[in-house]
Design a protein around this ligand. Structure first.
Ligand SMILES: NC(=O)C1=CN([C@@H]2O[C@H](COP(=O)(O)OP(=O)(O)OC[C@H]3O[C@@H](n4cnc5c(N)ncnc54)[C@H](OP(=O)(O)O)[C@@H]3O)[C@@H](O)[C@H]2O)C=CC1
Ligand SMILES: CC(C)(CO)C(=O)C(=O)O
Length: 324
């Protein structure tokens, strides 16, 4: 795990392990839910998958190695017992409200409810659903693809970024000994906008072109990505995030570091005919831009395009493999 990097980030590797195996429930056993469920299980905790439809053993594939875990699966909250120590919410943003039944059943006063979703407004989305327990927003620097219902392919990254504090430090201890690292961040607003930037160009441009992330290496799309990200720096600053123009290059470098065949959550949703999280990503930037009267013509155009395919069903084609 990364220990004490710059900018107020702190890794959690030096901490003592948690006293006892923790009770963990993961709501949404998709790509990210599958990764964190397997990681928490590997770290020695009691993990239950909370799903909509029955499922069998979960396989997580990473660097050519497959690990299959057989975890308890619940399809309804009713039969579940006492509140858990950790409730990990890993549904798409638009499904957040549908997790209320699980939250009511599984969150008690001592529960940490970790929201593993993209966007900058985790608190606003989840807080209205939470009567008790502590909300922990998490920024997910992990790329994963659900290649079939019970098989998740890890493609890149291992880091979750959470606000500094006891809950964040304990989350680091929860995942200790697994493939997931937790980094605590003092300035979470800036961290959240920086993470939003990673999605702002990659997700819409892969979803619109039906191509994987290697497409961002094409010079014209790289310039478009640069334009989208530059607008976001100005908007993020107006929102109080301490972004700098070098964040644009750092984001473009991150795209180059990812395997060209890696996709994005928005691309996978479009291919499957599911609603895409445009409101959470490009929509969030355009709304904030409007609040501060910052011109964002490129993001506004992309939002219009994303909305235009929002109502459409599955596209029924596979993205091209490899670069571009
Ligand atoms: N995939 C990635 O690489 C990354 C994703 N993210 C973010 O993480 C979040 C999760 O994305 P991802 O894992 O890709 O999404 P997936 O679509 O792979 O998984 C979401 C899961 O939530 C389940 N679900 C929806 N509603 C409920 C409910 N009421 N009860 C139980 N389960 C439910 C779905 O079930 P069903 O199978 O029945 O549809 C599905 O299994 C998103 O905000 C995404 O933007 C962030 C970084 C990277
Ligand atoms: C960082 C990135 C682009 C990696 O998958 C992501 O967050 C997503 O796909 O939503």
């Amino acid at each position: 795990m990364t220990e004490s990097t710059t900018g107020g980030l702190t890794g959690a590797s030096g901490l003592e392990p948690l006293e006892r195996p923790q009770r963990v429930a993961v709501v949404g056993a998709g790509a990210i839910g599958g990764i964190v469920a397997e990681a928490a299980h590997t770290a020695g905790h009691h993990v239950t998958l909370c799903v909509r439809r029955p499922m069998g053993p979960l396989t997580v594939e990473r660097d050519g190695l497959r690990r299959t875990v057989r975890l308890p699966v619940a399809t309804r909250p009713d039969g579940l017992g006492a509140p858990v120590d950790w409730l990990l919410i890993a549904t798409k943003a638009q499904d957040t409200r549908r997790t209320l039944g699980w939250i009511r059943r599984l969150a008690g006063p001592g529960t940490r409810v970790v929201v593993l979703q993209n966007g900058v407004d985790h608190e606003e989305r989840l807080a209205p659903l939470l009567a008790v327990g502590e909300l922990v927003p998490a920024l997910v620097y992990i790329a994963a693809e659900r290649v079939s219902r019970e098989h998740v392919q890890h493609r890149w990254g291992r880091r979750l970024v959470v606000p500094s504090g006891p809950a964040g430090a304990d989350l680091g201890r929860l995942f200790r000994g697994s493939d997931v690292d937790v980094v605590c961040e003092d300035d979470f607003t800036t961290a959240a906008w920086r993470k939003l930037m990673t999605n702002l160009a990659a997700n819409p441009l892969t979803a619109l072109t039906l191509r994987r992330i290697g497409v961002l290496q094409q010079p014209d799309l790289r310039e478009l990505a640069r334009g989208l990200l530059t607008e976001a720096v100005l908007v993020g600053r107006a929102e109080g995030a301490r972004l700098v123009m070098s964040d644009v290059d750092q984001t473009l470098d991150l795209y180059s570091a990812m395997h060209p065949h890696s996709g994005t959550s928005m691309l996978y949703d479009r291919l499957a005919g599911r609603p895409v999280e445009h409101d959470l990503i490009t929509g969030a930037v355009v709304r904030a831009a409007d609040r501060h009267e910052v011109p964002v013509p490129l993001n506004r155009a992309v939002l219009a395009l994303l909305r235009a395919f929002g109502e459409q069903g599955a596209v029924g084609v596979q993205p091209l493999a490899g670069v571009g």
